[in-house]
Design a protein around this ligand. Sequence first.
Ligand SMILES: [Zn+2]
Length: 77
Amino acid sequence: MNWGPTGTAQDMLTFDPDQLSWAQREGDACVVCHKKWPRPRVRVGRLPDDSAVLACNDCAEALMPASLATVVAFPAR
Ligand SMILES: [Zn+2]
């Protein structure tokens, strides 16, 4: 695997802001289903300018089940 010199294990998806509504870009709406309430809380990626892209729990799981599973399986230290 090659994450790049500054890459972290928590690889973030980068979203194209042109595909998102302003609410989604502001983190006010789920990036997948556009729901604004309950507020999306899971950071599923980022924009090219490093803003966080948020999704609600259900969508986040659908978006990256493998990543979430990896986090959950991480041993607590
Ligand atoms: Zn959603």
